[in-house]
Design a protein around this ligand. Structure first.
Ligand SMILES: *Cc1c(COP(=O)(O)O)cnc(C)c1O
Length: 417
């Protein structure tokens, strides 16, 4: 680790973080992605853009979000002091809006009047729908039919915000299929349409853009924890779907080697093929939906089925920068099962009076395990990426058992022809 010069990685000119990332796309998307990259380079040196973005995040979304000391949970676990970054208090209920606002502003600069998005749990769809309404843009959200069923409340919210929600009925009818549909739409309509991608995934420059719009999470945390504790935390914990809330929290601390970083993936009903979404546990390197990264696929390159109680973590690939951070050993990746996340949801709700998103409950589950083992003077800081209102029905239900089918027949982990 000592030889690493900087841990603040920018992808190289071809969009690679180390050997991960890149741009595995059909011919028709080369030009739209190039234009997006150029526009993004332009705003980097444009303080007026960031000033407007920050002002909207403040007035429309409620930034800065508080850093909250979980007094009762700390007492209950009897170990390290536990803090939560309250991204759940943001407008629309999760961190997703940081990125949605940023990309809508980018779309407006590029003269686009229509935006499309994919969504799993519906949080990114709701954030994009709200941001699109706020700027008077047309919005279409692709969502797997299974996810529409398990996140019905968010479907209603998107429609009330004026978005068209299109059910996707291919394959497993979840997030991966929704991404494919959104990409198809973008290929056909890129002249008028911007694709608001929802995590640090996809072809370059998306993993970079999405990360940069979430960096504000860790930047605020750094100031807040220094103000209340006078020092940096010992451990940061975040759940990992694509990995955007985690990158947002971790980025400001990557160079501080005293700060341990842990990402928590979805262990579903156990680490068996088809039963989980923990890419770093049962996965390997491959290519999916524009990027080369760790994913869940069998030896023939067929994408495996995934399972998680939490729709927002139920995706077979992880963001390419996480693959690099794991390779160099800067971030450690762990997982929590459905049962552990549910237990964490219940304990945290009663202990702190906050319903966490089931996604965030995976991070809390890890803390329930590690917290009691750490001395009292240590500081753990958890990203509470979203609120649990959307999950109330899911939590009341009996968890569905996984049958362990590895079949992902129609989704080879290869670039499109
Ligand atoms: C979407 C979502 C996630 C997972 O996405 P990341 O890109 O990994 O952050 C986690 N928590 C909540 C509340 C979400 O809505």
């Amino acid at each position: 680790m000592t030889k690493v010069q900087s841990l603040l990685h920018s992808p190289d000119v071809r969009g690679y973080f180390g050997s991960y990332g890149g741009r595995f796309i059909p011919e028709t998307l080369v030009d739209p992605l190039r234009r997006l990259e150029i526009e993004y380079q332009k705003i980097q040196g444009n303080p007026a853009f960031w000033k407007e973005w920050k002002s909207i995040l403040h007035n429309f979304c409620g930034r800065p979000t508080p850093l909250y000391f979980a007094e009762r949970l700390t007492e209950k676990l009897g170990g390290a002091r536990i803090y939560f970054k309250r991204e759940d208090l943001l407008h629309t209920g999760a961190h997703k809006i940081n990125n949605a606002i940023g990309q809508i502003l980018l779309a407006r600069r590029m003269g686009k009047h229509r935006v499309i998005a994919e969504t799993g749990a519906g949080q990114h769809g709701v954030a994009t729908a709200a941001a699109a309404a706020r700027f008077g843009m047309e919005c279409v959200v692709y969502m797997g039919a299974v996810d529409m069923h398990r996140q019905a409340l968010n479907v209603s919210r998107m429609r009330l915000l004026g978005a068209q929600v299109v059910p996707v009925l291919a394959g497993q009818s979840t997030l991966k299929e929704a991404v494919s549909e959104a990409m198809r739409d973008w290929v056909a309509n890129s002249r008028t349409t911007h694709y608001v991608l929802g995590s640090v995934l996809g072809a370059h420059p998306y993993p970079l853009i999405v990360r940069d719009f979430h960096r504000i999470i860790g930047e605020e945390v750094r100031q807040q924890v220094l103000a209340c504790e006078g020092r940096l935390p010992d451990l940061l914990v975040a759940c990992i779907g694509g990995g955007s809330n985690a990158m947002g929290l971790f980025y400001a601390f990557l160079q501080d080697m005293s700060v341990q970083l842990v990402g928590v993936e979805a262990g579903g009903s156990g680490i068996r093929p088809g039963c989980h979404a923990a890419r770093f546990q049962g996965g390997r390197v491959g290519i999916l939906q524009g990027t080369k990264t760790w994913l869940l696929a069998d030896q023939d390159g067929q994408i495996e089925r995934t399972h998680s109680i939490s729709a927002g973590l139920d995706y077979p690939a992880v963001g390419p920068e996480h693959s690099l951070l794991r390779e160099i050993g800067r971030v450690e990746y762990n997982y929590a099962t459905d049962a552990e996340a549910l237990e964490a949801f219940r304990i945290f709700s009663r202990c702190e009076g906050i319903l966490p998103a089931l996604e965030s409950a995976h991070a809390i589950a890890y803390v329930l395990k590690i917290g009691p083992t750490l001395p009292r003077e240590r500081i753990i800081l958890v990203n509470l990426s979203g609120r649990g209102d959307k999950d109330v029905e899911q939590v009341a239900k009996e968890p569905t058992e996984c049958t362990g089918s590895p079949a992902g027949a129609q989704s080879p982990a290869l670039p499109p022809p």
